[in-house]
Every structure is written in C-alpha cells, then in structure tokens.
Design a protein around this ligand. Structure first.
Ligand SMILES: *[C@@H]1O[C@H](CO)[C@@H](O)[C@H](O)[C@H]1NC(C)=O
Ligand SMILES: *[C@@H]1O[C@H](CO)[C@@H](O)[C@H](O)[C@H]1NC(C)=O
Ligand SMILES: *[C@@H]1O[C@H](CO)[C@@H](O)[C@H](O)[C@H]1NC(C)=O
Ligand SMILES: *[C@@H]1O[C@H](CO)[C@@H](O)[C@H](O)[C@H]1NC(C)=O
Ligand SMILES: *[C@@H]1O[C@H](CO)[C@@H](O)[C@H](O)[C@H]1NC(C)=O
Ligand SMILES: *[C@@H]1O[C@H](CO)[C@@H](O)[C@H](O)[C@H]1NC(C)=O
Ligand SMILES: *[C@@H]1O[C@H](CO)[C@@H](O)[C@H](O)[C@H]1NC(C)=O
Ligand SMILES: *[C@@H]1O[C@H](CO)[C@@H](O)[C@H](O)[C@H]1NC(C)=O
Ligand SMILES: *[C@@H]1O[C@H](CO)[C@@H](O)[C@H](O)[C@H]1NC(C)=O
Ligand SMILES: *[C@@H]1O[C@H](CO)[C@@H](O)[C@H](O)[C@H]1NC(C)=O
Ligand SMILES: *[C@@H]1O[C@H](CO)[C@@H](O)[C@H](O)[C@H]1NC(C)=O
Ligand SMILES: *[C@@H]1O[C@H](CO)[C@@H](O)[C@H](O)[C@H]1NC(C)=O
Length: 474
C-alpha cells in the first residue's frame, strides 16, 4: 500500500514537473550543480542526460574520456543544442583535454566538473567562451597544464578549484572573479601571493584556504601550511607601510601554540628622511633607513620598534649612539649597522651593555667609516673592539679622524695626560739637580779660593772629618 502511494506520488510530482514550465533560477543561479540523484539511472546506457526539471541543463555521471564523448552524443549535447549548464560528476579521466569538446563548451554558461579523478587538465577553452561559472571542485587535480587554458573565459565570474591538489592556479582574466582555492594543500604561498597582485579577486572559503610554504619565504627551512589571512597580510603589508617605503615579509614566526605569523621588513633607504619613521607597521623586525639624512636615534624607543632586530642606518647624519642606551632594541637586536655616519664619540658604556654570549652569538655591530675623535679614552673603545672582533666585521674601518690610524691599532697612550705630567716633573728634577750641581761646584771653587788665599777652610768643610782622599791631596 505504502509502496503504491509513493509510486503514485512520484508519478504525480513527475507529471507536475512536466506540466509546469521548468524554472531555470532554481537550477542555476550564479553556478550550476546537481546532486548524485540527478544522474542518469544505471539502466540508462547513456551516461549523460538532459534534465526534465531544468531548461537547458544536463548531467553526465561516472564517465571516462570515452564514455563522456559517447554520453554527450547520445544525449544530443553539442554545439548546436541549447544546453547552457552541464555538470559532469565522477569523471575518471587522467588527462581532461578541454580542446576535445571545445564546441560543446562554447555553448555553455555554467560548467561544473566535480567529484571525479582527474589528474590534470590539458588543452584550452574555445575563444569567446561564455562560461561565467566554472566549478572544478573535488577532482584530485594536480595541475592545469596550459597556463593560458582559462584565459579565454572572458565572462568568468566564479571559479571553484577547491578540494584539489593544485600546485598552481591557472591564469585567468580577473576583472571580477570570485575564486575558491580552499583545501589545496600543495599550493605554494609564493604563488598565492602572486594571485593577490592580479586585479579584482574575491576569495571565498578563506578559512579553509591554506598554502604551503617552503623556501619561498626567507629563513624558513621546514615546511608548513599557512592560513590564508596570513598570506593576505603578505599582500596587504605594502598598504600598511610607512610613507614612501617598501614593506616585505621577512620571515615566518612559528611559535608553538600560535598560528604562524609574519614578520615585516621595512625598507626606507634613500627616501630623504630626516628622522626615523614612526610608527612602524606591526611586527616590523627589520628596518633599513640607509642613505637618508637622519640625525638622531631617539625614535628607536618608540613602541612600534619593540620587535625590531635588524637596523641598518648607514650613510646618515647620526651623531650619537647614546639613545640606544636602555632601549628594547639594544637588548634584543641581531644587527646594528651605523656605518658612514657622523659619530665622533662612541660611548662605550652603551656598548658595554650589549650581550654577545650564548643566545646572541649572531649579533653584529657595524660602526665603520665614522670619523672617531680619538683621545686617551679611546682605549676603552679599543679594548671593547678587540674583545668583540667577531661581532664587529668592519672593525678595520673604524678609524680616527685626528690621526691616521685604525682604532684597533691605535696607541691611545699617546693622547693621555698622565704620562705627560710625569715627564714634566722629571724636567723639574733634572733642572733642580743641575742647579744643585752648579751650586756645589761654585761652593767647592769658593772654598778652594778661600783656602788658597787665607789658609783655612770655611764652614762646613772645616768641620768635616778627614777622609782618606784628603791625605792624598795633601
Ligand atoms: C565513479 O565512476 C566509476 C566508473 O567510472 C564507478 O566505478 C564508481 O563507482 C563511481 N563512483 C561513485 C562514487 O559513484
Ligand atoms: C538534438 O538537438 C537538435 C537541436 O536542438 C534537434 O534538432 C535534434 O532533433 C535533437 N536530436 C535528438 C536525437 O534529440
Ligand atoms: C587535446 O586535444 C586536441 C584535439 O583533439 C589535440 O590536438 C591535443 O594534442 C590534445 N592535447 C593533449 C595535451 O593531449
Ligand atoms: C562546486 O561544486 C561543489 C559540489 O561538488 C559545491 O559544493 C560547490 O558549492 C560548487 N561551487 C560553487 C561556486 O558553486
Ligand atoms: C559576457 O559579459 C559581458 C559583460 O560583462 C556581457 O555584456 C555579455 O552579455 C556576457 N555574455 C554572456 C554570454 O553572458
Ligand atoms: C580536502 O580535499 C580532499 C580531496 O582532495 C578531501 O578528501 C577532503 O575531505 C577535503 N577536506 C575538507 C576539509 O574539505
Ligand atoms: C599532490 O601533489 C603532490 C605534489 O605535486 C604529490 O606529491 C602528491 O602525491 C599529490 N597527492 C595526491 C593525492 O595526488
Ligand atoms: C562583480 O561581481 C559581483 C558578483 O558576481 C557583482 O555583484 C558585482 O556587481 C560585480 N562588480 C563589477 C564591478 O562588475
Ligand atoms: C606585483 O605587482 C607589482 C607592481 O604592481 C610588481 O612590482 C611586483 O613584482 C608584482 N609581484 C608579483 C609577485 O607578481
Ligand atoms: C574565519 O576566520 C575568522 C578569523 O579567524 C573569523 O572571524 C571568521 O568568523 C571565520 N569565518 C568563518 C566562516 O568561519
Ligand atoms: C614621499 O615622497 C613624496 C615625493 O617624493 C614627498 O613629497 C613626501 O613628502 C614623502 N613623504 C615622506 C613621509 O617622506
Ligand atoms: C642629505 O645629505 C646629503 C649628504 O649626506 C646632502 O648632500 C643633502 O643635501 C642632504 N639633503 C638634505 C635635504 O638636507
């Protein structure tokens, strides 16, 4: 009884469908897809059929290259027919050659090929194809061979490449395309980055979109899947950059228990800056402000500099390293480069606080081509330099302004006051001694004169005991 009723119901609905004019909008809105139940019945030798409930729509199921050709023919789907929407389900085709049925695709507005096993897609769509939605989701596609195979899709506005194994996204005309590339876990991030560069692209399923990062990002040795929003940051990093500067992703920070995040490198070299730029974009790890006219380092203590590790400010007008003292930067930095500045005095107490041990054995400080005013205190700098040679690659270029010498080879004692004072006293002593000697000679001569004229010795010679010499003299 139940069986009969359901068959009747089925019959009734079927006749209702055939009686009513099919409603296209229920079959395809911006894209077209049919469930497995819409497939031709197994009893049907033809693998494709037109839908009765939809105008101009057809479905092909469980096909291979050969049965697809057959199915298109037996369902009368050709360039001359009115089929606008086609869904091919569960196609098992190693190389899906788009060129083969070009004439059929030419008539389509919606083309959907899903849930199959297609290793790669070769050939190309015909010129002036009208397809506006192309859905190639869930096919295990490894690559789309021809880079330009989708370029002739002038009217493409939806492209679904999700749930495949793509390593590249083919070139498309991207005036206004919505793209789904979620769940392609072999897609290199560098490639995704290129995609952002193309004009108007809208990504959907962003939260399921990851990309594979390897050597395409600096520093990064192992591989990881990056969430889409991080890659998006890569793209937007330039937008949030400091005026007139270039921002790039420097490296990926993989801290345990956190999503991978990028660290930013900011390049402001040669941009006529007079002060250090503030604020820096979030997570700035590297700043290059070489070849500007920056005079001071005081902005280094700005909060936006807190993640900075690499700082290059060569060829500026910086006069002092004093503002580095106590800055977060000096505790954490990796590279500090201040070559060719106006530093005359290097405060060693600032440098003394730099740790070079253990965690910081990569640290580099460059101070070359500054014209150091050398004096007695330069000995502290010399000692510091000599003890840190491996961290100061340009130590041979740290030279004095006032004498022609490398600081590391300088004899600072030549400038020191204390040895000079000592020679000064020696002179006094020598002068005193000479005077004493002259006095003695004069006295002895006088005594002799007195003795020869008067016959007696004046004091004190007269009171002195006789010495053996005196006997000889007499
Ligand atoms: C897919 O098609 C093949 C034949 O090409 C068939 O053997 C298989 O059962 C189909 N898979 C599904 C899920 O329908
Ligand atoms: C195929 O479609 C064409 C054009 O719509 C039509 O003229 C022809 O009769 C159809 N043939 C079959 C076998 O359905
Ligand atoms: C695709 O098909 C076209 C036409 O049949 C053929 O010329 C071309 O060589 C095929 N391409 C590949 C890569 O098999
Ligand atoms: C593409 O087809 C799949 C079904 O296989 C569907 O889930 C997905 O929504 C379709 N994509 C679009 C953009 O309609
Ligand atoms: C293709 O797009 C253009 C402009 O976007 C439109 O005028 C034209 O009608 C579209 N063609 C088809 C077949 O939809
Ligand atoms: C991702 O795609 C694979 C096939 O390539 C599929 O088996 C898997 O279920 C998909 N995962 C998600 C989360 O959609
Ligand atoms: C996905 O692609 C990678 C690289 O192209 C390949 O090594 C891997 O075997 C592919 N996986 C599947 C399931 O095809
Ligand atoms: C882009 O496409 C969307 C959806 O297809 C549409 O709503 C929007 O108006 C289009 N924008 C332009 C500028 O063509
Ligand atoms: C992105 O576009 C800019 C100019 O618009 C170009 O300089 C840059 O090389 C492009 N990047 C990629 C990865 O294509
Ligand atoms: C995607 O992720 C963002 C941030 O993680 C979250 O705010 C948003 O709700 C997510 N969207 C969906 C559709 O899950
Ligand atoms: C950026 O460059 C432009 C043109 O060279 C200049 O007018 C502007 O002042 C610069 N902005 C900054 C912040 O240096
Ligand atoms: C910047 O410094 C250079 C020399 O270092 C000088 O020639 C130039 O005039 C300076 N620019 C300005 C705007 O002061």
């Amino acid at each position: 009884m139940m069986k009969f009723a359901s068959v009747l119901l089925l019959f009734l609905t079927k006749s209702v469908w055939t009686l009513l004019p099919p409603d296209d909008s229920s079959c395809y809105n911006h894209c077209y897809q049919q469930p497995p139940e819409a497939c031709p019945p197994v009893s049907n030798p033809c693998r494709c059929h037109r839908l009765t409930n939809c105008n101009n729509a057809a479905v092909c199921c469980n096909v291979n290259a050969f049965t697809l050709t057959e199915g298109l023919a037996c369902a009368n789907i050709s360039s001359t027919t009115d089929i606008k929407a086609l869904h091919i389900r569960n196609a098992t085709i190693e190389s899906f050659n788009l060129t083969v049925h070009q004439q059929v695709w030419k008539a389509l507005l919606y083309m959907t090929v899903t849930d199959g096993h297609i290793k790669n897609i070769v050939g190309k769509f015909p010129k002036a194809s009208k397809i506006s939605c192309l859905n190639l989701s869930s096919n295990h596609i490894n690559y789309i061979e021809e880079e330009r195979s989708l370029v002739s899709l002038y009217n493409l506005s939806f492209l679904d490449l999700s749930n495949n194994n793509l390593t590249q996204v083919p070139r498309i005309r991207m005036d206004n395309v919505t793209l789904d590339i979620s769940n392609n876990t072999n897609l290199p991030c560098s490639y995704l980055k290129e995609l952002f560069n193309m004009s108007k692209l809208t990504f959907i399923n962003e939260n399921k979109t990851f990309c594979f990062t390897s050597k395409d990002f600096a520093w990064f040795q192992t591989t990881a899947l990056l969430p889409f929003f991080q890659v998006k940051r890569v793209h937007e990093v330039q937008k949030n950059c400091v005026a007139n500067c270039t921002c790039n992703m420097h490296r990926l920070n993989l801290s345990q228990g956190k999503l991978p995040s990028f660290e930013v490198a900011v390049n402001c070299s040669g941009k006529k800056y007079f002060t250090l730029p503030v604020p820096l974009p979030p997570d700035t790890i590297l700043l290059d402000v070489s070849n500007n006219n920056i005079t001071s380092l005081k902005e280094l203590s700005h909060p936006s500099y807190q993640n900075l590790r690499y700082f290059y400010a060569d060829n500026n007008q910086i006069a002092s390293i004093q503002p580095l003292e106590g800055s977060k930067f000096i505790n954490n930095f990796d590279t500090l480069s201040l070559q060719r500045n106006k530093i005359k005095l290097i405060e060693t107490y600032v440098l003394d606080n730099i740790q070079f041990e253990r965690n910081f054995n990569q640290r580099k400080v460059k101070l070359g081509f500054n014209r150091i005013q050398c004096d007695c205190n330069t000995k502290k700098l010399k000692i510091w330099l000599l003890s840190k040679l491996s961290h100061i690659p340009d130590h041979d270029e740290i030279r004095c302004a006032n004498v022609d010498a490398k600081v590391t080879e300088l004899d600072p004692s030549q400038f020191c006051q204390s040895p000079q004072d000592w020679t000064y006293y020696i002179n006094y002593i020598i002068t005193g001694e000479v005077l004493l000697l002259v006095g003695l000679i004069v006295k002895v001569s006088y005594d002799y004169w007195v003795f020869t004229t008067t016959g007696y010795l004046p004091w004190p010679a007269s009171k002195m005991p006789r010495l053996p010499c005196d006997w000889l003299c007499e």
